[in-house]
Design a protein around this ligand. Structure first.
Ligand code: NAD
Length: 250
């Protein structure tokens, strides 16, 4: 795999899965715009790691649920590099609560950060990809969006929405040399899953045929493949990376 001369944006790449994706894409030669919300320090740390590998990167703070922030993220990328080849829609949050107790605010925030952001970022980069007649859109969904999960009606709805969105975009832009795919991770060791109670983690591991949580790197390897030239005939797909977890349910 060689992504030299490719420009990638990875949303939510200050930590966790996004960070691993940014590092992997840089390792195979891409120039990576790293994005997150809030504090610039984690983003600068990722940019430094990429620099230490001899790679190129640009940290840009932006809230991907805001259309003006997304417009700026894309404008600054174009100003710096003149093109965008790869978009990884990774930024996401969870605000878990059983449906009867779920607030409208938690519903809206999770839908905005996890799903509206995917619409905003994809729409903004597509203009450039269509002109280039080449592009790769990879969105991080979740197996929860396929099989559901108690306490995550907002999150599961957003992730299921990403899957429908991805299949639609794939069909709309296939003739322009652009592919769109989703990845549905199971349980991956990050801050998001570290909050789970130990007992619940042990129970989940019993439901995973491979018997352990995945690492951010497991997701990053698949993203790099889907972003590559070699994956050009793969579009509109959802790839589960879950240690076999969903295989026993679907
Ligand atoms: N960890 C898992 O088990 C798991 C499983 C399935 C799917 N996912 C998905 O993978 C993605 C990454 O998850 P993670 O586990 O690395 O989580 P994480 O919480 O460690 O990282 C998420 C990153 O997104 C950033 N972010 C949040 N809101 C943002 C916004 N509005 N704009 C820009 N950045 C924002 C956060 O600051 C953080 O750096 C998410 O979409 C998540 O839903 C994770």
């Amino acid at each position: 795999m060689n992504l030299s001369n490719k420009i990638a944006i990875v949303t939510g790449s200050g930590r966790g899965i996004g960070r691993a994706i940014a590092l992997k894409l840089a390792e195979v030669g891409a120039t990576v715009v790293v994005n997150d919300i809030g504090d610039v320090q984690p983003l600068e740390a990722v940019a430094q790691e990429i620099g230490a590998m001899g790679g190129q990167s640009l940290p840009i703070l932006a809230d991907v649920s805001s259309s003006s922030d997304v417009a700026r993220l894309v404008e600054e990328t174009i100003a710096a590099y003149g093109r965008i080849d790869i978009l990884v829609n990774n930024a996401g949050i969870a605000r878990d609560q059983l449906l009867l107790r779920m607030s409208e605010e938690d519903w809206d925030r999770v839908l905005n950060v996890n799903l509206k952001s995917v619409f905003l970022c994809t729409r903004a980069v597509l203009r450039h990809m269509v002109k280039q007649r080449w592009g790769r859109i990879i969105s991080i969904a979740s197996i929860v969006g396929i099989v559901g999960n108690p306490g995550q009606a907002n999150y599961a709805s957003a992730k299921a929405g990403i899957i429908g969105f991805t299949r639609t975009v794939a069909k709309e832009v296939a003739s322009r040399g652009i592919t769109a795919n989703a990845i549905a991770p199971g349980f991956i060791d990050t801050d998001m899953t570290q909050r789970l109670k130990e007992e619940w983690k042990q129970e989940l591991k019993r439901q995973i045929p491979l018997g352990y949580f995945g690492s951010p790197r497991d997701v990053a390897e698949a993203v790099a493949f889907l972003a590559s030239e070699e994956a050009g005939y793969i579009t509109g797909q959802v790839l589960n990376i879950d240690g076999g977890m969903a295989a026993s349910w679907l």
